[in-house]
Design a protein around this ligand. Structure first.
Ligand SMILES: Cc1ncc(COP(=O)(O)O)c(C=O)c1O
Length: 449
C-alpha cells in the first residue's frame, strides 16, 4: 500500500533541484504563452533558488481582475445539491454536528429570554453573545473586547461588509492564492481587483507579501492564517507576528478569515494574527459554520479601535442577526457545550481526514500526484500531472453525481487547473469511496489517452 508520508509533495519548487530542471520548467511554461502561468512559475523558481529577487525583477504582484466568475457561481450552486456525493462544499456531516446540544441550548435560551429580547435588538449583536465569544476566545489565549465584536449572518457577510467599508470599486486587494473560491467570487462581484501572492503547503513568502504591500498600491489584504482553504497550511506564530507588523508598517489592513482555527486536530487552537495586532490593522472575522452549523448563519467581525469612525456605517450595512439564534449560541458557549463539542470533534476530524488521505492515496496509487496533509480543518487539495484538466474532471464528476471543486476557481488564470479540492467533512461512506474510485479511474484513463 502507498504510504501517505511517501506521497510526492506537490510543491513544484521542491522538485526543481538543479539549474537544468529550472530551465526545462521555464521553457515548458514559456511555451504555454500564459502570463499568469509565467508569473506563477517565476514564483516557484524564486522559491526553489531561495531568491525572491527574481519576483521583484519580473514584476509579480500585478493587479488582476478575478477570472471565472460565471464558473464560480455555477460551482458554488452545485456544491450544495444534496443528491451529489458531498465532496464539494466544505461542511461537516450531520453526525458531527452537535444537534442535541443545539436543541437544548435553543430551548434554554428561549426559556431564559427577556421580553425585550423579542424586540429589535442591538444592531451590533446581542451583548450576551458578544460577551460569550470574548470569554471563549480569552480561554484560548487571545482577547477581543465585546465592544469590538459585530455579529453577522456568517463569515462571508462579515467579509463583504468589511471589504466594502475599507475599499472602493476598482481598488485592489492582496490575496495569497490559491484561496477560497467564495472570497474571489465576492471580490469579483464587488468589482475589486486582486494582487496575488503565491501560496504553498507551508504558507506563503512574507517577502512577497511585503513587496505587494509596498508596491501594489493595495491597502487591504485578505487571508487565512490557520488551516487555509484550500491548502490547509497553518502559519507559524513568527509569521503571524510578522504579518501584523507588516500591516502596521505599510498601513495595509489585514482582513483575517479565521473560520477553521477551531478545527485543529489537537486541543491547542492556533492563535490568530489578531493576537499580535498591537497597532490595530487586523480585522478578525469568522463564524460557527465550520465547527457547529452552517445553517445557523452566525459569524462575526471584530474591528480595531482605529476604525471606530466606521461604527455607524458598519451597523447600517451589517444586516441584523436573528436574536433567538444569537441567544442559543450564547447559551451553547456559557453552558460549556460548545467547548465539549470541540473537544469531541477534534480527534474525530483528525481520524476522518487521515482515513480520507489513506483512501485517496490508495485509490490514486499508480498516478503521480500530491495530496495535502493538514493539521486542522477538513479540506484536501490534490495536485495531478498537468495533463489532468480538473474542469473536465469536474464535468465528469457532475455526470456521476459527485461534487468536487476544480482548481481553476481558486486563483486567477488557469494556474490550478490540474488541482481539485475535496471536502473530508462527511463520513467516508461506501458512496464516497465509490465516488473517489470513479475519479481515480477517470484520471487513469485520461493519462493513458
Ligand atoms: C475560508 C472561508 N471563509 C468563509 C467561508 C464561508 O463562511 P460562512 O458560511 O460562515 O459564510 C468558507 C466556507 O467554505 C471558507 O472556507
Amino acid at each position: 500500500m502507498v504510504k501517505v508520508a511517501d506521497l510526492p509533495s506537490f510543491d513544484m519548487a521542491e522538485s526543481l533541484k538543479t539549474e537544468e530542471d529550472i530551465v526545462m520548467y521555464l521553457n515548458m511554461v514559456l511555451e504555454e504563452n500564459d502570463p499568469a502561468e509565467l508569473a506563477h512559475a517565476l514564483g516557484v523558481i524564486a522559491k526553489a533558488r531561495g531568491m525572491t529577487q527574481i519576483a521583484k525583477e519580473a514584476g509579480i504582484g500585478r493587479i488582476h481582475e478575478v477570472s471565472h466568475l460565471d464558473l464560480q457561481i455555477q460551482i458554488q450552486e452545485a456544491a450544495t445539491k444534496k443528491k451529489l456525493a458531498q465532496l464539494g462544499s466544505i461542511q461537516l456531516s450531520p453526525d458531527l454536528i452537535p444537534v442535541t446540544f443545539l436543541k437544548q441550548s435553543m430551548l434554554r435560551a428561549i426559556k431564559n429570554s427577556k421580553a425585550e429580547d423579542f424586540l429589535y435588538s442591538d444592531r451590533q449583536g446581542h451583548i450576551l453573545l458578544r460577551e460569550a465569544l470574548s470569554a471563549h476566545w480569552a480561554e484560548d489565549g487571545f482577547y477581543i473586547l465585546p465592544e469590538s465584536i459585530y455579529i453577522s449572518n456568517g463569515c462571508m457577510p462579515a467579509l463583504s461588509v468589511i471589504v466594502q467599508q475599507l475599499t472602493q470599486v476598482g481598488d485592489s486587494i492582496i490575496v495569497p492564492t490559491p484561496c477560497y473560491n467564495g472570497q474571489l467570487q465576492l471580490l469579483a462581484l464587488l468589482k475589486r481587483k486582486i494582487v496575488e501572492v503565491p501560496a504553498h503547503t507551508e504558507g506563503f513568502d512574507l517577502e512577497r507579501l511585503e513587496q505587494a504591500m509596498q508596491h501594489s498600491g493595495a491597502k487591504v489584504c485578505l487571508l487565512t492564517a490557520n488551516y487555509q482553504n484550500p491548502l490547509g497550511f497553518c502559519l507559524t506564530n513568527k509569521d503571524k507576528e510578522k504579518i501584523a507588523q507588516l500591516a502596521a508598517k505599510y498601513q495595509c489592513y489585514v482582513i483575517e478569515d479565521d473560520i477553521y482555527a477551531e478545527c485543529c486536530f489537537d486541543n491547542l487552537r492556533p492563535l490568530p494574527i489578531k493576537y499580535w495586532d498591537e497597532d490595530g490593522y487586523v480585522i478578525y472575522c469568522g463564524s460557527i459554520s465550520k465547527t457547529v452549523s452552517p445553517a445557523y448563519r452566525i459569524g462575526w467581525f471584530c474591528t480595531p479601535s482605529r476604525l471606530i469612525n466606521l461604527h455607524a456605517k458598519l451597523i447600517t450595512q451589517n444586516i441584523n442577526v436573528n436574536t433567538p439564534l444569537q441567544l442559543g449560541l450564547a447559551d451553547l458557549i456559557y453552558s460549556r457545550a460548545y467547548r465539549q463539542h470541540l473537544n469531541n470533534l477534534r480527534p474525530r476530524l483528525w481520524a476522518q481526514v487521515e482515513e480520507y488521505r489513506y483512501f485517496i492515496a490508495e485509490a490514486f496509487k499508480d498516478i503521480s500526484f500530491g495530496l495535502t496533509n493538514p493539521q486542522g480543518g477538513y479540506i484536501l487539495w490534490l495536485q495531478f500531472p498537468q495533463q489532468i484538466d480538473s474542469w473536465e474532471m469536474y464535468c465528469f464528476a457532475q455526470q456521476q453525481e459527485i461534487n468536487i471543486v476544480p482548481g481553476l476557481v481558486f486563483g486567477a488564470g488557469n494556474r490550478y487547473n490540474n488541482c481539485i479540492r475535496i471536502n473530508a467533512g462527511h463520513l467516508l461512506s461506501d458512496e464516497v469511496r465509490q465516488a473517489i474510485h470513479l475519479l481515480a479511474d477517470w484520471a487513469r484513463h485520461q493519462l493513458k489517452s
